[in-house]
Design a protein around this ligand. Structure first.
Ligand code: GUN
Length: 283
């Protein structure tokens, strides 16, 4: 078996076209959706992510504001920028790129963002709403994965979804979104014993552990749908995921590549959340 490719570039593009049309309608009515991104320090990976977010928001016609702050910025000063953006009516989405330098408390910063502009879906109020199934901003990577599954007609209800990784950004919300769609959910993580015993039961396997080629064919049930959230570099400096793609593909019925799978969807859902925020503000 050679699993089908789940093409995040094509699906992301399709959704961004839909977003672009709705942005155009909003602009015709006098409202330009605005996204502000705060980048602290000079982490190269964060800079690349932020540059891509800015570029994509402009491509769909949004206003984009990038605030670059030095690594030495104080928490107070950073919070001052957040407050200013909370009060700026031309800004509908605020994103503070993580991780932040260790002298800044990430929880303080996330909690300072107006929940109605928290397009990352990280604010405790929005996380709470997500867990009880209320309408809110959904964390972009898990939301993007749900869209990948939906648009490839992957059945979720009644399926066993196994998630490897328990971060606040991906693993935890991923499980909740699948549970809401009636999957049976198992969480695994770096301390799980006999990982393969769990992952081999998965109809849908989501891997977000941050370790190069951590999951391979011995972890995968024949016919499983495999979603790789990893973004690593192999020994030759080539981008690769948490899944050993070539070997896993032999077992999977469908699989996301890295790059070109989950990555483009994360940015797309950020734009979708920003659009939604602007639509709500403009009502
Ligand atoms: N760092 C890695 N992923 C993300 C994300 O989705 N949002 C933010 N704000 N920071 C991140």
């Amino acid at each position: 078996m050679s699993g089908k490719l789940i093409d995040g570039i094509a699906i992301g593009k399709e959704i961004r076209e839909e977003i672009k049309a709705r942005v155009s309608d909003l602009k015709a009515g006098g409202c330009t959706p605005g996204l502000a991104v705060i980048l602290v320090g000079d982490n190269q990976a964060s800079r690349t992510y932020v540059t891509n977010k800015e570029k994509s928001s402009k491509e769909v016609g949004m206003k984009s504001e990038l605030i670059e702050l030095p690594v030495s910025v104080s928490e107070e000063e950073l919070l001052g920028h957040v407050t200013r953006l909370n009060n700026d009516q031309s800004i509908h989405g605020i994103l503070v790129q993580l991780p932040l330098p260790t002298h800044i408390n990430e929880n303080h910063v996330i909690s300072a963002i107006d929940p109605s502009k928290d397009v990352d879906g990280f604010h405790p109020v929005n996380v709470g709403k997500m867990i009880i199934g209320q309408k809110t901003f959904l964390s972009c990577t898990p939301y993007g994965i749900i869209k990948l599954l939906e648009r490839t007609n992957t059945e979720i209800s009644g399926k066993h979804a196994v998630i490897v990784g328990r971060s606040n950004i991906v693993g935890k919300p991923m499980g909740q979104l699948l549970l809401q769609r009636d999957a049976t959910v198992t969480y695994c993580h770096s301390k799980t014993k006999d990982l393969a015993e769990f992952t081999k039961q998965a109809d849908i396997l989501i891997v977000a552990i941050g370790k190069t080629k951590f999951v391979s064919e011995e972890h995968i049930k024949k016919g499983a749908v495999v979603i790789d959230v990893g973004m690593n570099r192999d020994e030759n400096g080539k981008l690769c995921g948490d899944v050993d793609f070539d070997k896993a593909r032999e077992k999977a019925s469908a699989i996301t590549p890295v790059p070109g799978g989950v990555g483009p969807m994360t940015i797309t859902m950020l734009l979708k959340n920003t659009l939604h925020s602007a639509e709500e503000a403009f009502k």
